[in-house]
Write a protein that binds this ligand. Structure first.
Ligand code: NAD
Ligand code: MG
Length: 393
């Protein structure tokens, strides 16, 4: 029996994870669940999955959750705040941690799980973008097992040889081919993009996801963050990673080898497949996802990304090549800009301008410690807010 902590249980990935766990009660039990503010949803999850511990974002939310659980006669211990998140991610009772908090808020608890040597199921790509070297060092030093949940990285993981040692050349890897749907604005006239609404940006053609990653998909910053994520997970330099637009999202990514072979992982676009893969690895379990019917598919298309339409993708490649804390600056500026767009303080095309401005004005340094990374994160957020304040609609 594997005992699981889910960080971000009420989000899109968290709910899909619980769906897979519920199909295999003989294999998995839930040790802890976390949510930021959706207390009612978390209470319902606690009633169904009976975790020993639950963590929320504030004292007020903890008081409400405690009251709800007591009324149902549940004995789940309720805690709040970052230290509690780190505690449920690293507790001795836990075998695997699903890291599915969105954004920089996920960094500390995800790192705590890695340092404690857990099986880390990594959905929170922002943690790896911010502090890739420190994170991978923690995994190596503790002997943690890191399994990617992001569908592209999970696909690449499946296409690499067993025991792959983060050395692409030694494994004969010629290219890592990251597929991208291109999001909802792949064909929309570029000069109309500034008028798009948050609702339009969040309406992804193939995937149902949280709002932040949905906007990231529309700007293709999501793919940019994934390029950086692939760099750290697979030890691939920027030049070895190629983004291929594939609007159908059936091929989830590919690895091209020096002998001319290209291995791909295909499936219906449903995150329960990579979640089930990582949970059971190296075994396979049912995920609830329908089998792919190749005969029902129309054509599969592929094209090169347009960096004029998607400047965020170019900014991410720049940040990866610059190294140090540059990706942390990129990530922080993006988080602030996306929130400002969702709050309708800036237009869609201002997202990339905010990020470019922050990258230009804040000098990056060495990502030598988590404290150094967090300091740069704070500086970038402040610079982004200042820029937005003077350019708001
Ligand atoms: P979501 O917005 O649906 O859920 C986010 C979760 O994080 C919620 O449970 C929320 O309570 C929690 N949370 C938010 N802010 C928090 C804070 N400050 N402190 C603690 N908890 C907080 O997001 P999602 O779509 O499930 O994505 C989660 C992560 O997985 C992201 O990093 C995203 O990039 C990644 N991811 C998601 C998908 C997908 O299909 N949804 C695919 C690949 C990767
Ligand atoms: Mg992805």
């Amino acid at each position: 029996m594997q005992r699981i902590t889910i960080l971000g249980a009420t989000g899109s990935i968290g709910v899909s994870t619980l769906d897979v766990l519920a199909r295999h009660p003989e294999r998995y039990s839930v040790y802890a669940l976390s949510a930021h503010s959706r207390v009612d949803e978390l209470a319902a999850q606690c009633e169904r999955f009976r975790p020993a511990r639950a963590v929320v974002g504030s004292a007020a939310a903890a008081a409400r959750l405690s009251a709800l659980l007591q009324a149902k006669g549940l004995r789940t211990e309720v805690e709040y705040g970052e230290q509690a998140l780190c505690a449920v991610a690293s507790a001795a009772e836990v075998d695997a941690v699903m890291a599915a908090i969105v954004g920089a808020a996920g960094l500390a608890p995800t790192l705590a799980a890695a340092r404690a040597g857990k099986k880390v199921l990594l959905a929170n790509k922002e943690a790896l973008v911010m502090s890739g070297q420190l994170f991978m060092d923690a995994v190596r030093d503790s002997g943690a097992v890191l399994l990617p949940i992001d569908s592209e990285h999970n696909a690449i993981f499946q296409c690499l040889p067993h025991g792959y040692g983060r050395a692409p050349e030694a494994a004969g890897v010629a290219k890592v081919l990251l597929t991208a749907s291109g999001g909802p604005f792949l064909t929309r006239a570029v000069d109309t993009l500034d008028a798009v609404t948050p609702e339009q940006a969040c309406k992804h053609p193939n995937w149902v996801m949280g709002r932040k990653i949905s906007v990231d998909s529309a700007t293709m910053m999501n793919k940019g963050l994934e390029v950086i994520e692939a760099h750290w997970l697979f030890g691939a330099p920027a030049d070895l990673i190629e983004v291929v637009i594939h609007p159908q999202s059936v091929i989830h990514s590919m690895v091209s080898y020096v002998d001319g072979s290209v291995l791909a992982q295909l499936g219906n676009p449903d995150m329960r497949t990579p979640i089930a893969h990582a949970l059971a690895w190296p075994e396979r379990i049912a995920s609830g996802v329908a089998q792919l019917d190749l005969t029902q598919m129309g054509g599969l298309q592929f094209e090169r990304p347009d960096f004029v339409r998607f400047p965020c993708l170019a900014l991410a490649f720049d940040a990866l090549r610059a190294g140090g804390t540059a990706p942390a600056l990129l990530n922080a500026a993006n988080e602030v800009a996306v929130q400002a767009f969702l709050d309708q303080r800036i237009g869609f095309r201002q997202i990339d301008r905010v990020i470019a401005q922050v990258m230009d004005s804040v000098p990056h340094g060495a990502a030598s410690s988590i404290a150094a990374v967090m300091a740069q994160d704070a500086t970038a957020r402040a610079a982004a807010e200042t820029y937005i304040g003077s350019h708001a609609k």
